[in-house]
Each structure stands twice: as C-alpha cells, then as structure tokens.
Design a protein around this ligand. Structure first.
Ligand code: C2O
Ligand code: CU
Ligand code: CU
Length: 538
C-alpha cells in the first residue's frame, strides 16, 4: 500500500516537474483551480459533502491594538448542506465541520502557506492514506484530496496539522479546528442543541509587545512543551459565555501544545461528564475535577436552571503536581518553573510562562444572562458501549509495551525516535485484530538517574480504544493523588494521559484499513522531537 502511494507520488512529481514548462502537461486529475493535486480523486467515490479548505496567512484581532498574524484555514462548501461548515471568522480557529455518521465526505485541501503541511483527522477511523500521515505533506501551491466515509459514532473530534517537526508551530499558528459528528442514537437523546451545545476549545498562547504570537522552539521549551501565558477559548482571551437558566452541553477540547488542565467549576459543583474523546458514555458520570491533556475532549452537562440571573461561574484549572521526578527534576520544577522569567537564549526568544503547569488559574467565565424555560433533562442512560475483552486480544496475556522515555534531550518510544516509513517488526499489527497495548511511563523502573519523567498524553490514530487499567509505581503516589480522581476511564478514547511512574493498559481494535497508523505523544513539542512512531497494519 505504502509503495503504491509512494510510486503514485513519484509519478506525480514527474508530471509536476514537466509542469514547470507548461501546465498543459499535467494529467487531468492534477488540474484544479490554481492548485496542483498530489493525489487522485477516485471516480467511484460519490460524496454527500464536498468541501474546499484553503490554508492562508491572515491577520486577526485577538488582543486590543495590533492584529496578530496567524495561519487561517477557510472552508467553502462545494456540494452538500451549507450547515456542515462554520468558518469561525475573525479567529485563528479553523472551520468547525459538522458531519453525520454514514456521510461520505470529500475535502480538498489547498496549501497557500509558505510551508509544507498536511491535515490529520484526530480520532477518526479513516483509510491510512486519508489520515494525514506526515508523508503526505504538501507544498505551497499543492492540494491533497481526502475522501472518506464518517464511520465514527457521534462525538467531538478535531483536526490539525501533522507536518513532521513543525506540528506544534503550525497548530500554534492556527492549523486546528473541530470536527463534530452526530448520529441517530445521539439525536434520539434530546441533548441540548443549537446554542445550548457549545464547543469550547482551550489553548494557551504567548504574545510579544506587538501582539504577535511568541514561540521560541528552544530546546528547553521543547523538552517541557510550550506553555503560553494567556488562556484562550475559541481563539479569544478573557472568554465570557452568557448563558440562559437552562441545561447546556459543553464540548471541552484541549487544543494546547502541552498544557494539561485540571478542570473544575469554581464553586465546587461536580463536573457531569456525558462524553469523552470517542463520543457519549453509557451514562452520565460525576467527577470533582477532570484532567484534560492535549488532544483529549470531554462533553460536560451543566444545568443553570437553579441560578439567579447576574451570577457568574468560572471554569478553572486547579493545582496539581506536574513536576518532573527523578534525576533531572530541576528542569521542570526549578529552571522552567520560575514565574515571569524571560530571557534570550540561542538567538531566539525563550518565553517561560507566567502560568506554570499545575498552578491554579481561571479558564473562562460563565455569566447567567437571562431567564428561560428549558426542557432538557439529563438522560439516565446515553449510548450503549460494548466492553472489549482482554481475552479476545490477539496478543492476550502478552501486551505490546510502549516504553516512554526522555533522555539526552530526546523523547523516545521504546528507545526509538520518529523516522518516516520506518516500521520495526514489533510495530506490525495484523489487520482486523484486537490488541492489548500498554504505555509504560517509568512504571517498571522509573525515576532512574538522568531520566526526566514527564506526563505524556499518548494518542493512537485510527479506531478508538478502551482503557483496561492504570497502575502507579511506589514513590509516585503522592503526585498521582493530585490528579487521579480526574481520570475518566470509561468510554471510547483516542488519547490517554500517562503520568510519571504510571502504566496504562488499553485494548484497541485495528479493523478495516491496512497501512500506516501513528502512535505518539500529543505534547506537540514531544511529538516534533520524535516521540512518534507508525504502526503498520497488514
Ligand atoms: Cu491529534 Cu497524530 O494527532
Ligand atoms: Cu490523531
Ligand atoms: Cu510527551
């Protein structure tokens, strides 16, 4: 499969080279409105929805005063209902896409940026060549055609750049947006809809004196991950949401590079969770707080009907112990954790956040603005979920262990760094098999001298997985206790936070599609440093 794609691309590049002499020599499938197609649309794919997505440099007003230069994706519906797309104009957020399970979608991505890029549909179960593997990155002036059927259940998914080595920077500049899927099961539940269904994308950014996005990319920043000093929601600072005295559905998405949130309501109301990464839970669950690591999503239910007009409520991130553990602990706790320190290093601006990871700060404010009668009652049950059985795994009793480590200024998976097209024997997975996988973050021998222990939000492309168990090794319990009541281990997941000293075991199906599917840390700086590999399903 890989070879076919590569040879198609090689063949195409040959056409493109000829094309410099005259556009007439492109094959017909490569001709399009000014952009050169790098892959062929298939004749037998009949899309229900066809959307063009253009990536451009743009300027938007984020702070008062000067506009901020960003990378904006703007969409246009070519066929299908116009409601599938909201461009989120005036923000750096990419368009929100709303699909229905079973729809066939064609997305034409046009790159008008001064850089290579490619988009990945995070959490979606799509063919390998539609998944946005970095090997399909396109240059300025090129386009990539995605064609796939929405196979996922209703849920809050998202999409973002996956260009290798620059994913963090590109997402930071704006190349990320929401992809919301609905289905009949969800529609039957009478959950809050329309303006009562509010996506909230949480991201952190830093700005320089000219209101421009600050991102140093310095080694120290890469090791810890970027931490901005402003919390933005849906691309806006100091976010305030006016609500009516009714029930709401909040789709909370952590779209940050590396920042982990310990979400809680400011008045200690428990968080009622109705969904996670891969859609609705079987029934609502209550948590004192919820940990939301980069790449993770939750659906929260909140009823404001008992609240007086004029009252306010904050959504906060609470204190937790995020410090590193082991020989290089000073890196996270001391040097990087200093408040408000800024300095020049290695020729670039090194920005150290005034909002250290694990501190207590507000994320957004909700203001009860009007009285309104609502009819949304929290359902007792949501959608059925079949529990995967460890005994049905193809490798039952012999989990595939993926050891997470940070050493010598690198972030590794089983001691390896990312290399395009480099699949090792232990990374080959038989098609249509259920796999038992464990992420080991120093569980079997953590805290070794010279090792840096950090939390890693681990993500696997393709189908959603289920969490089987979490184990913490002795010596890490105290830090762990500051986060562990906020882990949601039910439902379908595609990203799971693995704390220092922890091992998380999961069951993941690899059905339907052959080819390369990535697994990586969703701390985007770690990912760019190489904490990413491919599985080959065959
Ligand atoms: Cu959202 Cu490969 O990632
Ligand atoms: Cu993904
Ligand atoms: Cu990581």
């Amino acid at each position: 499969m890989k070879t076919t794609i590569n040879s198609q691309r090689r063949k195409f590049l040959k056409y493109a080279a000829i094309g410099i002499a005259g556009a007439a020599t492109y094959p017909s499938w490569a001709q399009t409105g000014g952009f050169v197609r790098t892959n062929r649309p298939s004749d037998d794919f009949l899309p229900d929805v066809e959307i063009e997505l253009a990536m451009n440099v743009a300027d938007v007003a984020i702070l008062n005063g000067e506009k901020t230069r960003i990378w904006k994706i703007t969409g246009k519906v070519l066929s299908g209902p116009s409601t599938v797309l909201d461009n989120n104009e005036g923000t750096y957020l990419a368009p929100t896409l709303r699909f229905k399970k079973g729809q066939k979608v064609r997305l034409i991505l046009n790159n008008n940026l001064p850089a290579q890029s490619i988009l990945h549909w995070h959490g979606l179960h799509v063919p390998a060549n539609m998944d946005g593997n970095p090997m399909y990155a396109i240059n300025r002036g090129e386009s990539y055609i995605y064609e796939f059927e929405i196979l996922n259940r209703a849920g809050t998914y998202f999409y973002h750049s996956h260009a290798h080595g620059v994913t963090a920077r590109q997402v930071y500049s704006g190349l990320a947006g929401l992809l919301i899927v609905t289905d009949d099961q969800e529609q039957a539940l009478n959950l809050p809809k329309g303006e009562l269904d509010v996506p909230l994308v949480i991201q952190d950014r830093s700005f320089d004196g000219q209101n421009q996005l600050a991102y140093s990319g310095h080694m120290m920043q890469r090791m810890q991950g970027f931490l901005g000093d402003h919390i933005l929601v849906n691309g806006r600072p100091d976010f305030v949401l006016p609500v009516a005295t009714r029930a709401y559905r909040f789709r909370l998405v952590n779209g940050s590079s590396s920042r982990i949130y310990k979400l809680a309501w400011g008045d200690n109301t428990p968080i009622t969770v109705i969904g996670v990464d891969g859609g609705l839970l079987e029934k609502p669950e209550q948590y004192p707080y919820v940990m939301l690591a980069p790449g993770e999503r939750i659906d929260a239910w909140m009823d404001f009907s008992g609240r007086a007009v004029g009252t306010e409520l904050t959504l906060r991130s609470l204190k937790f112990n995020a410090s590193t553990h082991g020989g290089m602990g000073m890196m996270g706790g001391g040097m990087m954790g200093g408040r408000g320190h800024r300095g020049m290093m290695g020729g670039g601006m090194m920005s150290v956040s005034t909002l250290p990871s694990g501190s207590d700060y507000p994320i957004l404010k909700i203001r009860v603005a009007k009285k309104e009668q609502g009819d949304n009652i929290l359902p007792k049950t949501l959608t059925p979920i079949t529990a995967l059985q460890a005994k049905n795994a193809a490798n039952a009793g012999q989990p595939r262990t993926i050891a997470l480590s940070m050493q010598h200024m690198s972030a590794l998976l089983n001691g390896r760094s990312y290399k395009m097209d480099d699949v090792q024997p232990d990374e080959i997975i038989p098609l249509n098999s259920l796999q038992l996988i464990e992420f080991d973050n120093g569980f079997g021998g953590g805290g070794m001298h010279g090792m840096m222990n950090m939390p890693h939000p681990m993500h696997i492309h393709g189908e959603q997985f289920q969490i089987v168990k979490r184990e913490i090794s002795p010596g890490f319990e105290d830090s762990y206790a500051t986060v562990s009541s906020g882990f949601i281990n039910s439902g379908w997941k595609d990203t799971v936070l693995v704390m220092p000293g922890e091992k998380v075991t999961l069951l993941k199906p690899f059905n339907d599609f052959k080819g390369l599917f990535m697994y990586h840390c969703h701390n985007l700086e770690h990912e760019d440093m190489g904490m990413m590999r491919d599985f080959l399903v065959k």
